[in-house]
Design a protein around this ligand. Structure first.
Ligand code: RTP
Length: 155
């Protein structure tokens, strides 16, 4: 039981094109670093439509799906893999509600966004999807396993 509580998870975090265009990359990365999670993957990427469609395939029946694909492919995104105990749920808390007007102040969307269709950031919704999405967005060799020298508690 203790071992499962201590399980280290991975989450896929993506700064969407509006976050890049608005110059929020540093601000957003800082929030995850200061929280104490470990960055294991980071790249700028112009996402092709096929990848956006695969990433959001569970939403393909939604009326907003075509606009969502246009949005995600409208400019470069910043792809990130973050690792830590409880990182998936904690990242969702740091990010805030999908609708930025409902997101609490202090969260990324609560502080930095207004529209659901321009909500700055994505975060995986389960450890399983964290693994799936990291495998989808990163190639082998793009991820970096490392132990922070000054902070061994960041496993
Ligand atoms: P994400 O996957 O990006 O972290 O977002 P989420 O779980 O908070 O929200 P989800 O329901 O999975 O929707 C994915 C993204 O689609 C856009 N969206 N637009 N009514 C709309 O126009 C609408 N609803 C959702 C948002 O960009 C949302 O983050």
């Amino acid at each position: 039981l203790v071992a499962s509580l201590e399980q280290v998870d991975q989450t896929y975090i993506m700064i969407k094109p509006d976050g890049v265009q608005r110059g929020l990359v540093g601000e957003i990365i800082s929030r995850f670093e200061r929280k104490g999670f470990k960055l294991t993957g980071l790249k700028m990427f112009q996402c092709p439509a096929e990848l956006a469609e695969e990433h959001y395939k569970d939403l393909s029946a939604k009326p907003f799906y075509p606009k969502l694909i246009d949005y995600i492919t409208s400019g470069p995104v910043v792809c990130m893999a973050w690792e830590g105990v409880g990182v998936v749920a904690s990242a969702r808390k740091l990010i805030g509600s999908t609708d930025p007007l409902q997101a609490e102040p202090g969260t990324i969307r609560g502080d930095l966004a207004v529209q659901t269709g321009r909500n700055v950031i994505h975060g995986s919704d389960s450890p399983e999807n964290g693994k799936r999405e990291i495998a989808l967005w990163f190639k082998e060799g793009e991820l970096c396993e490392w132990t922070p020298a000054q902070a061994p508690w960041l496993r």
